[in-house]
Design a protein around this ligand. Structure first.
Ligand code: ZN
Length: 459
């Protein structure tokens, strides 16, 4: 897209962001009304243009055009990918090899952005947004940046974005489409070697940094050790589990409390405000239902098994009750900042990461990986990874400053005690030190790796 088109697109998105900001303070009833009318409009529009959605949604629209979200069928990623051609609202997208357009800077058919997300497991999923859809995505981004304290201003801020190396990712597409000189942006990849990132940050001296939590924890250690010497006013993390220990470590190193950003390729966005009481979800753009393993709604404040997302603005490849395997709880009620947006709490990683271990009482006990976060708080630990094998749990440990000859033994003992306190029978824990922990192709640190009996080298 040409520069003038890009700038005018941004101006329109910023205007949209300003116009929709008041929704953050709406009473609950007003928000429900807004969602109901946006959903009815989405379903009506999509049902007339997409074969796949027409057959799924038929008979579910009331005579007056009203739609009850909980009455609509849920949609798995796999089902959507298998029916991709029929799911598009624009017939011209059918039959195109969109994977070959993932790295394009030009829009497909002059209109569409194509991106992919690998998720933490499984096959990649494609997302397609038209120019109009993308304007809404940008508007949400500008609202989120406003709350997180990184809105454009003069003099221009220096922002360091240490993100996914993949050019096909949503965050990268977003960074590219706003890169018209509003900020001075230094783009680094989480897969770059740490000393290289440290050197680049020292010379750039960012006002704001956005980074994955696992990398933020490493940078905190670098700052404390004196190798990194920066003074950002704003730090935000996104994309991975951020444990309370990591939050504390960042705050100790930089003297600022980090914001927690939640941005998905599906279109659900959120950010915590200056009160840090949970991530405010922009539910005026995307309905989020928190459900249990059987798909039943969970009460506010309780953790669910997954989220069902309904993107109210994507009219290209609609996502209606789309299943996302994030384990979260959602709280309602007015925040001290005055916003009524629901607050997402405890983004405790994916359900796939929960370990199932033998219980002292017989049967299995489910152990959430957040119990292992106590490792991160121990001195001398830089990073760790949990490998579940059929007959043991292996902890891969990357040692850092302050490690002693006894560190791995302490880790083993501490984790064994924690698991015993949770009712795990005879936990078999082994800790080994490693020179580096490999990241996923998307550059993320995978906290839990499960080895099946077939793949386990110990078998
Ligand atoms: Zn708030």
């Amino acid at each position: 897209m040409n520069r003038i088109g890009q700038v005018s697109g941004i101006a329109r998105a910023m205007k949209l962001a300003r116009e929709t900001r008041e929704r953050e303070y709406w009473p609950a009833a007003r928000m429900r009304e807004h969602q109901a009318s946006a959903l009815a409009s989405l379903v009506g529009d999509v049902g007339s243009r997409s074969e796949f959605h027409r057959s799924r949604l038929s008979g579910l629209v009331g005579e007056d055009g009203s739609v009850e979200v909980s009455a609509l069928p849920t949609l798995e990623k796999k089902t959507l990918m298998e029916n991709l051609d029929d799911a598009f609202c624009d017939p011209r997208l059918r039959g195109l090899d969109l994977h070959s357009h993932l790295l394009d800077t030009e829009l497909v058919l002059g209109e569409y952005r194509v991106m992919a997300s690998s998720g933490s497991t499984g096959s990649p999923s494609l997302y397609v947004y038209s120019r109009a859809d993308w304007r809404s995505m940008l508007a949400v981004f500008f609202r989120y940046a406003g709350i997180g304290g990184v809105l454009p201003r003069l003099p221009r801020r220096r922002i360091a974005a240490i993100g996914a190396p993949s050019l096909a990712s949503m965050t990268r597409k977003l960074a590219d489409s706003i890169d018209v000189g509003l900020h001075r942006v230094l783009k680094l990849s989480v897969s770059d070697p740490l000393p290289q990132i440290v050197e680049a940050l020292n010379s750039f001296q960012p006002d704001a940094i956005n980074v994955y939590p696992s990398v933020a924890a490493l940078l905190a250690d670098e700052q404390i050790s004196g190798r990194l010497r920066i003074a950002p006013e704003v730090i935000s993390t996104s994309s991975e589990l951020r444990t309370p220990e990591i939050t504390d470590r960042i705050e100790r190193a930089f003297g600022v409390r980090p914001f927690n950003l939640y941005g998905t390729s599906e279109g659900l966005w959120g950010v915590d405000c200056e009160h840090h009481q949970g991530i405010h979800l922009f539910e005026d753009w995307c309905i989020a239902e928190n459900v249990d393993a059987d798909g039943r709604p969970v009460p506010d404040g309780q953790p669910g098994a997954r989220l069902l997302l309904t993107n109210l603005f994507n009219r290209t490849l609609p996502l209606i009750r789309f299943e996302v395997s994030d384990v979260v709880s959602i709280e309602r009620g007015t925040c001290p900042c005055g916003r009524t947006l629901p607050r997402l709490k405890a983004v405790e990683g994916r359900l796939d990461d929960v370990l199932s271990l033998p219980s002292t009482g017989g049967g299995q006990v489910a152990v959430h990986p957040s119990h292992f976060s106590l490792i991160a708080a121990m001195p001398g630990i830089r990073e760790f990874q949990i490998v579940q094998r059929p007959d043991e749990i292996l902890l891969r440990i990357l040692l850092g400053d302050g490690a002693t000859a006894d560190t791995t033994r302490q880790v083993t003992r501490t984790v064994t005690e924690r698991l015993e306190s949770l009712g795990v029978r005879d936990p078999m824990i082994t800790a080994e030190t490693v020179p580096a922990i490999e990241r996923t192709p998307a550059g993320k640190l995978k906290l839990v790796i499960k080895e099946s009996p077939e793949t386990s080298p110990s078998n």
